[in-house]
Design a protein around this ligand. Structure first.
Ligand code: ATR
Length: 280
């Protein structure tokens, strides 16, 4: 991927593969909307090249970058300084330069919360038990976010129990590991249910849980946003539960980086959602 010849600073999303990333659509929408000269490009970096790439970042063409799969941990290891959330997660998704040094932050947890705050008015007043399905990279940010808002107990259910155990160990109480067999009981208690697995994503089997026992005031949200309405969200809506789709997390996690690189705090609007949806 070549660097744009547009005038002004250029930021990038770094991943492997990166060609499906929708981040350029988001940042180019904001650049146009706020009349900023600059660009945002996809930049593929192979796993065996990431350490050298990050070591040379300050003398490279980009003023900053988003980092996506599989480089978030490598980025955390490479930065001269990481913000508090990145340190807690052990993963960096946003890079910028300070006095020629590479600095990293993590905006995934904030993106998760900002999406719920924007789209579920009741979320700000919610408390109590949470049920999180999955224990991968996305789960890390979600668990940290829910803990930071005072939810608890937070039960983590994952196919590979050892990954759930590792996250519970990382974040401590009020997190707890549970099994799939516990889900019907946990549903009767949970104020919020979050799917962080890839189940329900286009081309993947659906997440097969019966929401019948769920609390009537439960909020159901999914990290998956392709399709926008996953089988889980469809079932939740059919059951009369409130739902929030995963697209807003992607949009909100992008905002802090844009502000750092280009100096304007961008808004996540319906118009921006429409831009991404038109590309799906
Ligand atoms: P991400 O960074 O998006 O979280 P990940 O780290 O690969 O991606 O995590 C994917 C999550 O989806 C994991 O919780 C994974 O379960 P495992 O830890 O057992 O692999 C879960 N997942 C993926 N496919 C699954 C399937 N077919 N059944 C159940 N869980 C699945």
């Amino acid at each position: 991927m070549s660097v744009s010849t547009a005038s002004g600073p250029v930021a990038a999303v770094i991943g492997w593969p990166v060609k499906h990333s929708r981040s350029p659509l988001i940042h180019r929408h904001w650049l146009a909307r706020y009349g900023i000269a600059g660009d945002y490009v996809r930049h593929a970096v192979a796993p065996e090249e990431i350490d050298a790439f990050l070591a040379g970042f300050a003398s490279g063409p980009f003023i900053g970058a988003n980092v996506t799969v599989p480089h978030k941990e490598a980025a955390f290891a490479a930065v001269a300084r990481a913000d508090g959330v990145a340190s807690a997660l052990g993963a960096v998704n946003t890079l910028w330069l300070e006095n020629g040094q590479l600095v990293g932050g993590n905006t995934d947890a904030l993106g998760f919360l900002a999406n719920l705050d924007q789209r579920a008015p009741a979320f700000a007043r919610m408390a109590g038990p949470a049920l999180v399905l999955g224990a991968g990279g996305a789960a890390r940010a979600v668990l940290f976010a829910l803990k930071s808002r005072g939810f608890g107990p937070i039960h983590v259910v994952n196919r590979s129990r050892d990954r759930a155990e590792a996250l519970v160990e990382r974040f401590g109480a009020p997190l707890a590991v549970a099994g799939w067999e516990d889900v019907p009981r946990l549903l009767t208690e949970a104020a919020i249910i979050v799917n962080t697995t890839s189940l329900g994503m286009e081309g993947q089997p659906p997440l097969a849980i019966d929401l019948g026992p769920a609390r009537d005031d439960c909020l159901v949200t999914d990290i998956v946003y392709v399709p926008l309405e996953t089988p889980l969200l469809k079932a939740a809506r059919a059951r009369g539960l409130s739902t929030v789709d995963g697209l807003g997390m992607l949009l909100h996690q992008a905002a802090p980086g844009f502000e750092r690189w280009f100096g304007v705090r961008p808004e996540v609007t319906e118009e921006l959602r429409a831009v991404i949806l038109a590309d799906m």
